[in-house]
Design a protein around this ligand. Structure first.
Ligand SMILES: [Zn+2]
Length: 348
């Protein structure tokens, strides 16, 4: 017998077969993985090629009806279009999906469509879509909240307040939303004089003490005396930018000298010289500079809820739509106004 011949029953034969099988499985698994990954890349390339240029409405119809891509993927794509500002394409996708999707998903697709219409500024269409959803499911809080938002943007404050009623029945806390809408309603009342508006706003303020900025911004603008008389000193920080911009003739120095924060603020602005230090860094710098450098304050507004920063003041966050969440950020900046007025004076 040849020394290389291994008998069938030899235990070595079993070992060789075992390793041969392991080898074959490893090789085939490697090639299978490589093949699948190549296929995936091919599909992805095809997909990206299709969307390098946004598909036309006709192409979209065809692509969606073919059903080659899952609804989830289409929704992701629609959201991506919307995020990039291409609301038209996003709306087209949702409209097509509503045509082909299962009946149980229609309401969800319509909700997404309504939201995109809102973002795109098509308020009337957005309203219609939300009302249509609520026709079949009148107790959907997120749709009701979005409809409130649409009515608010349409300045239909009575309708917005009406939509809050079912939310209240569903045990949602609507007190802040209700107060906010009532304030907006008063501010936009064309038949009401500013004096009457101011008194009505104060009545609302006395009930809850919320939305201080929204109410006092108006009061200080139309009736500074009434504003000073009703000011809750503990909320002075919320109104920092308003105080900073009030005309010197409208200041109430009795109230200012009895309020630590306002004493520091107006010492920093240079109207009084009652303090030599401040716990607020920016005020402290200005007090110590004593007008030697052309510096003033600049403000930005941060949402306490989503941390979004805006250069403009807001009572409802434009990003997360939360109400009364704005906090003021202060920065020291070069005073261009002072530069300008000094240049003008130099020509005299
Ligand atoms: Zn926010």
């Amino acid at each position: 017998m040849s020394p290389f011949y291994i008998e069938f029953r030899d235990p070595l034969f079993g070992v060789i077969i075992f390793f041969a099988l392991v080898f074959i499985i490893t090789i085939s698994s490697y090639w299978w993985t490589k093949y699948k990954s190549k296929e995936k890349t091919k599909n992805l390339d095809k997909f990206l090629k299709d969307f390098k240029v946004a598909p036309t409405t006709k192409e979209l119809k065809l692509l969606i009806s073919k059903g080659e891509m899952s609804e989830k993927s289409w929704i992701l794509l629609a959201k991506l279009y919307s995020k990039n500002g291409d609301y038209e394409k996003s709306i087209e996708i949702y409209n097509e999906l509503i045509e082909v999707t299962d009946k149980s998903n229609v309401s969800e697709m319509m909700y997404l469509l309504g939201g995109t219409y809102f973002k795109a500024g098509f308020l009337e269409r957005s309203k219609k879509v939300f009302l249509e959803i609520l026709k079949n499911n009148p107790r959907l809080p997120r749709v009701l909240y979005d409809l409130v938002l649409v009515y608010e943007y349409m300045k239909e404050y009575n309708l917005a307040l009406e939509v809050l009623e079912p939310l209240d029945e569903l045990k949602n806390d609507i007190s802040l939303d209700s107060l906010y809408l009532k304030i907006l309603k008063i501010l936009n009342e064309s038949d009401l004089s500013n004096e009457l508006k101011a008194y009505e706003l104060l009545e609302l303020y006395k009930v809850r003490g919320n939305l201080t900025y929204m109410i006092f911004e108006f009061l200080f603008r139309v009736n500074p005396k009434l504003a000073w008389d009703n000011l809750d000193g503990s909320k002075s920080e919320l109104l920092t930018d308003i105080f900073w911009h009030i005309d010197k003739k409208d200041l109430d120095f009795d109230i200012i000298s009895n309020n630590g924060y306002l004493r520091e603020l107006y010492s920093a602005r240079g109207d009084i010289q009652e303090v030599s230090r401040s716990s607020v860094f920016e005020f402290d710098v200005l007090i110590n500079l004593d007008k030697k450098v052309q510096t003033t304050l600049s403000f930005e507004y941060i949402c306490d809820n989503c941390k979004n920063i805006s250069p403009f003041v807001f009572n409802r966050c434009g990003n997360c739509h939360a109400i009364d969440t704005s906090a003021i950020g202060i920065t020291l900046v070069k005073d261009f106004h002072r530069d300008f007025s000094e240049e003008n004076n130099s020509f005299q």
